[in-house]
Design a protein around this ligand. Structure first.
Ligand code: COI
Length: 361
């Protein structure tokens, strides 16, 4: 039988007025709802003790595996309120599948897809009042995560593991980057290598990205554009988003999977391409090709895709000794049309012809 997540309601939820104040301007990842989901795993008992309780700090032994060897994975997915008040998740089955993939890579126990979705839905039902209104342009971001909790300093998979889901109302991911971002091509850092953890959604990948992100900010860019080698080679992803290029021959090019994250928004964009008169192409793109074709205009649009960032236009790239405007420095027409299409489906304004939404409330 799959794991259940009974609700033990928070007896002191945030007062309605305070919640409404937060929902008026939540930013991204700053405020958290009244509840959290939890479950535990041990080698002997398997998954057990699923529950939804009041949001509270987690107690960890100082020797817990996650604190020393970063045995941790996470997911990010969003819930949307529609005009009739109903609440929907966008493609949670893909997050469940990717979470299982990440668990295998980090030698964590797999939480089956049914239990993953049930854990997210249980939290969403408990905190449904935290889902922003249908016309706010915002959503409730759900963050499932799992980590090695066993107190043991030897290097081996933890025999005690914890799982939680927390939720946070979300506006735009990039403050001030709503109309588009610039990316820094790092000559110092890469994100992943063949056989590494690049395709897993694990905290360690993001820890390793922070120095590159600081470098990007110091150079006036919003985010990093990772290459397969420092300063040269092929486009990978941006660390929090997958990359897309639109050509003047109506190709929609994105780096193939391998060492990059298998993004849910990435998959959705690829499936929508034909409806935008674009031919989806997954292939390697060298940084030299990108620079030359942006300069000549044959790559006329560039955008990034991710759950948090949705579809974000890329207006320029910059690296050691070069700076290249993309698409005249304006968001492209296909970029905006694909964004409207995905957001329209998520918010119930457009028909869900691909059956990507799952109703929860
Ligand atoms: C997401 O888009 O859900 C991500 O995981 C990006 C995040 C690290 C903010």
């Amino acid at each position: 039988m799959s794991l259940a997540f009974p609700l033990h309601r928070n007896e002191s939820p945030l007062p309605d007025g305070d919640r409404e104040t937060i929902l008026a301007a939540p930013g991204f990842g700053q405020y958290f709802t009244d509840h959290m989901t939890s479950a535990s795993w041990t080698a002997e008992a398997g998954w057990h003790d699923g529950k939804v309780t009041a949001l509270a700090p987690i107690t960890l032994h100082p020797a817990a595996a996650v604190l020393h060897y970063a045995q941790e994975i996470f997911e990010g997915l969003k819930a949307f309120r529609h005009a009739d008040g109903s609440i929907w998740l966008f493609r949670p089955d893909l997050n469940a599948r990717r979470f299982a993939h990440s668990a295998r890579r980090l030698a964590l126990p797999v939480l089956d897809e049914e239990a993953f979705i049930a854990s997210v839905e249980a939290l969403l039902r408990a905190d449904e009042s935290w889902v922003p209104s249908h016309d706010s342009g915002m959503s409730l971001y759900l963050r499932p995560f799992m980590y090695g909790a066993e107190a043991f300093l030897g290097v081996r998979p933890a025999a005690q593991v914890s799982y939680h889901v927390i939720a946070s109302p979300a506006a735009s991911y990039f403050s001030g980057g709503g109309s588009g971002v610039t990316l820094w091509v790092s000559s110092t850092y890469t994100r992943a290598a063949e056989g590494g953890t690049g395709r897993a959604k694990c905290g360690g990948n993001y820890a390793a990205s922070l120095a590159a992100q600081v470098e990007a900010h110091e150079n006036g860019c919003h985010q990093v554009l990772y290459l397969s080698e420092p300063g040269r080679g092929y486009l990978e992803e941006s660390g929090t988003m997958n990359l897309f290029l639109v050509t003047d021959e109506r190709e929609l090019i994105t780096p193939g999977l391998g060492t990059i994250l298998d993004g849910v928004t990435r998959a959705s964009v690829l499936e929508l391409a034909a409806e935008h008169d674009l031919k989806a192409v997954e292939r390697q793109v060298g940084i030299d090709e990108l620079r030359e074709r942006c300069a000549s205009g044959s790559i006329c649009e560039m955008f990034a895709a991710g759950t948090a960032a949705v579809i974000t236009p890329i207006l320029g790239i910059k690296g050691e000794g070069f700076e290249q405007v993309v698409g005249g420095g304006e968001p492209g027409g296909s970029t905006l049309a694909i964004r409207d299409h995905i957001v329209g489906i998520q918010r119930g304004r457009l028909a869900d012809s691909h059956r990507w939404l799952r109703r929860v409330v």
